[in-house]
Design a protein around this ligand. Structure first.
Ligand SMILES: C[S@@+](CC[C@H](N)C(=O)[O-])C[C@H]1O[C@@H](n2cnc3c(N)ncnc32)[C@H](O)[C@@H]1O
Length: 315
């Protein structure tokens, strides 16, 4: 489903959004929230407008490019009628959902080089993973995400952590390093081949004695855990179709204040676009909706790499 964005420079964004909503409200369903965000549903598609520093951000979406042009024209026409002299509405070309980048490559690169640096073990593991797993190496988390995991695991104070999706062990090292003395990481994966690489690097990182590797479907491993709030930290990064089930098994076992971190919640941008109806996208989209409404947790979604959700158990 294509979308276009526009940034409209004005020092009166709220005023124009409010007036646009009341104008368009005659031919469309238009709702203005107290936060200055307006959702306008036109027969041809949707436009979301947000008041921001120095202007209005607009996002138009529709089923195809012709309908998208209809949404853009309707919004542009009404805005220009409000202030023909003052406003310039310049839409980006249509973009498909899979071409949405959460961050520009420049920002991504800056983030990578402005967090605590990777030590030699992690740097070597990156190289070895590329050499031994070829194209699968892209499954490894990035260095900045690893730094985030170490920090969150440490801040959670978890004595028991759970990881769903080990691969060659990068995230396991990052989580294990954040655990207090005596802390344990239950690491779940189905692959003996990939996790045999992980074991070597856990030894080198000095964390092997605190990691219990369980080979087998992670859902079975999780369901075998006591049904009590014993987990202080969890990281979910395995087969996406099972994400809703992993989340449910983990969240019921999270101790108060415990954290669950979910990776790849953007699905390469496909999660934003209903045109993508693959099993993985449906499952992750469903989980994202569930977490946002889940009263057992407070949550935030961050644009780190392919999107990361952090949910904290509130009681
Ligand atoms: C994206 S990779 C994990 C990357 C890892 N977190 C890292 O930092 O390198 C996903 C992993 O999930 C594992 N996996 C896939 N299906 C699984 C399942 N049903 N149960 C457990 N692990 C599974 C795969 O074998 C793979 O190693």
């Amino acid at each position: 489903m294509p979308h276009s964005t526009a940034y409209v420079v004005t020092d009166r964004p709220d005023r124009y959004i409010g007036r646009l909503v009341s104008h368009l409200g005659h031919d469309a369903e238009a709702v203005l929230g107290g936060d200055g965000r307006a959702v306008i549903d036109l027969p041809s598609g949707r436009c979301v407008l947000r008041s921001c520093a120095g202007g209005i951000e607009a996002i138009a979406t529709a089923a195809d490019e012709k309908a998208l042009a209809g949404v853009r024209d309707a919004v542009t026409g009404h805005l220009l009628r409000l202030a023909p002299e003052e406003l310039v509405v310049d839409w980006s070309p249509p973009v498909g959902g899979d071409a949405v980048w959460a961050m520009s490559p420049v920002v991504d690169d800056y983030l990578l080089t402005h967090c605590s640096p990777a030590d030699e073990v992690l740097a070597d593991l990156v190289v070895r993973t590329r050499e031994e797993t070829g194209g699968s190496a892209g499954m490894q988390i990035s260095h900045d995400e690893g730094a985030l995991l170490t920090m969150l695991a440490r801040m959670s104070g978890a004595r028991l952590a759970v990881e769903v999706g080990v691969f060659t062990g990068y995230s396991s090292i990052c989580i294990a390093r954040g655990l207090p003395p005596g802390g344990r990481l239950l690491a779940c994966d189905v692959s003996t081949e990939w996790t045999s690489i992980a074991r070597n690097y856990w030894e080198r990182a000095g964390v092997a004695d605190r990691i219990d590797l369980r080979i087998g479907p992670a859902l079975e491993t999780l369901r075998a855990l006591p049904a009590e709030p014993v987990v202080g930290f969890a990281f979910i990064d395995a087969d996406k179709e099972s994400y809703p089930d992993y989340y449910e098994e983990v969240v019921t076992r999270l101790s108060p204040g415990g954290l669950v971190v979910v990776d790849n919640v953007f699905q390469g941008g496909r999660v934003f676009d209903p045109a993508f109806q693959g099993d993985a996208q449906l499952a992750v989209r469903r989980l994202n909706e569930t977490i946002a409404r889940d009263e057992r947790v407070e949550s935030v979604m961050l644009p780190v790499r392919d999107g990361v959700t952090i949910a904290r158990r509130v009681g």
